[in-house]
Design a protein around this ligand. Structure first.
Ligand code: GAP
Length: 489
């Protein structure tokens, strides 16, 4: 799906119109790269979380889940390398001494061009910027700023310093007093959830009596002061990750890495999304802590992009935490090593990490599910927008629709609601013509609609309508709950 800009814009519009995603604090014109999930977005998001959590912690007997705090001791981020290496470029104006994020400065110029109705020039400027940022080409970026005659809003001059790195972590102060250098109380909003797992490795291993190989899973918020943040929920400043660290014996990392690559792709495919929408992308340039890494990429409307990372992180993190904390991060393995006939003994485990962005998964599911269908007949033009969500992820599973607001039909509908609503999410609607109600449920991705009409009063049957095919059939009302549950399992 190469660069389907119209579809992407349509998805963004649909998400807002139907209560999936709103810009954050919209009444104040929003906050860049921060979004709020509305009533149906929150349901979809929760269903994705449940699908991941269950597959990790329920279907794997050797994986447990934790919920660590967002704030962590600042040394955590020294040990993990984030304080020194998690950076983006910035530039100062020599006359005003004002500091700018390079992307903000160039984006402001692009906005100016747009206002002057120079759309092509604006797009070209942003595209060049993205390319230079992706290749860390700082002299190229400075040249772009100079050649585009971008000036400082305060001094009005183009007298720029060289570009330097800017740390992506958000920092804040802890407690009420600030030391003179401001450093003592400085804490960070975590840029990844993984470190909360690493620092709890021994707590979980000991209290859970976990034996290697075992995993620790976590879902939670992460924060990054992202430099390129223009792709809706693909790249946000506040987002959620679903991460799992799998602790293994050193030397077994290759086989576990391959196993988790396969397992994670299977998890995606089990949703029924076509395999052609996914591909692996092996990292050529490895991070300092990794001996192998790949992404599972998804074919978003703007092309194949990273959805999930699988990283063989060696013993880098635990070793580094051992060094900084001066607390041993070792595991005693009493299994017998066939090579020596003795227990493997003490070692710092190696780690395979699987890390998926919940919001990116939301966008992948939405991109797959969003379909505009032409239903025109020779007699009449017609169309619908339908979200063909996998049933287990759909925010609403069943819509209960009495045909009329009278004649005892709402009462029967309410009875069906009461019977089903503790098992799965149902939605009751009695306003508008039935066709209009069906279309609204299509737009929310509700897989099943049930209509209660006058015949129901005579023979206890209802019409069930299937979202994807729009086919309808008459079945006993007593079979509805089982039918939906069958699809959920
Ligand atoms: N612990 C490893 C780690 O954080 P990463 O590749 O930086 O690795 C993992 O992030 C996943 O988190 C990505 O594959 C992506 O799905 C998601 N992610 C990263 N930055 C994001 C952002 N700014 N907005 C939304 N999701 C993001």
């Amino acid at each position: 799906m190469a660069n389907d800009t119209n579809k992407f814009q349509a998805i963004i519009g649909h998400c807002k119109e139907y209560g999936f995603i709103f810009p954050s604090s919209e009444i104040y014109d929003g906050l860049s790269a921060v979004y709020d999930y509305g009533q149906w977005g929150a349901e979809l998001k929760k269903n994705i979380k449940d699908y991941w959590w269950k597959s990790m912690t329920q279907l794997h007997e050797n994986i447990v889940g934790i919920d660590a705090a967002i704030f962590m001791h600042p040394t955590t981020w020294k040990a993990s390398g984030h304080v020194d290496n998690f950076n983006d470029p910035m530039i100062d104006n020599k006359d005003s001494k004002k500091r700018y994020r390079v992307d903000h400065l160039i984006e402001a110029k692009a906005d100016e061009l747009l206002k002057a109705e120079k759309q092509e020039a604006a797009a070209a400027l942003l595209a060049t910027m993205d390319k230079l940022l992706a290749s860390d080409d700082f002299s190229g970026l400075k040249l772009l700023i100079e050649e585009s005659k971008i000036s400082c809003a305060v001094s009005g001059t183009c007298n720029w310093t060289d570009i330097r790195q800017f740390n992506l972590m958000f920092a804040t102060e802890f407690g009420s007093t600030v030391s003179s250098d401001g450093e003592d109380n400085k804490v960070y909003l975590r840029p990844e959830t993984a470190q909360g797992i690493f620092v709890n490795f021994l707590n979980v291993q000991k209290t859970g009596r976990m034996k290697i190989p075992f995993g620790i899973a976590q879902i939670g918020k992460a924060f990054r002061n992202e430099i390129v943040a223009r792709q809706f929920i693909f790249r946000m400043r506040e987002f959620e990750q679903m991460e799992m660290q799998f602790f293994i014996r050193p030397g077994t990392q290759k086989q576990w890495y391959e196993r988790w690559k396969e397992e994670r792709l299977k998890w995606h495919l089990a949703l029924g999304i076509p395999a052609s929408n996914y591909r692996y992308h092996d990292h050529v340039k490895l991070a300092h802590y990794a001996d192998a890494a790949c992404d599972i990429e998804y074919d978003f409307p703007f092309g194949f992009k990273e959805l999930e990372g699988i990283h063989s992180r060696t013993d880098f993190d635990l070793k580094s935490h051992q060094e900084f904390s001066k607390k041993k991060q070792q595991y005693f393995d009493n299994d017998i090593d066939p090579a020596t006939g003795k227990p493997y003994g003490n070692y710092i485990p190696y780690v395979i990490e699987t890390s998926i962005g919940l919001d990116r998964m939301f966008l992948a599911v939405m991109s797959h599910s969003y379909v505009e269908e032409d239903l025109s007949t020779p007699e009449k033009p017609d169309s619908r927008v339908v979200l063909k969500f996998p049933v287990k992820l759909a925010p609403i599973k069943l819509a209960v629709l009495p045909l009329l607001k009278k004649d005892g039909l709402p009462e029967i509908a309410r009875q069906l609601m009461d019977a089903c609503k503790s098992s799965f999410k149902c939605f009751y609607e009695e306003k508008d013509a039935i066709g209009k109600r069906y279309r609204r449920m299509d737009a929310l991705g509700t897989p099943f609609c049930v209509t209660i009409d006058h015949q129901t009063k005579e023979d206890n049957t209802v019409t069930i309508r299937y979202r994807d095919t729009m086919q309808q059939e008459r079945i006993p009302i007593s079979e509805i709950q089982t039918l939906v549950e069958k699809h959920l399992n």
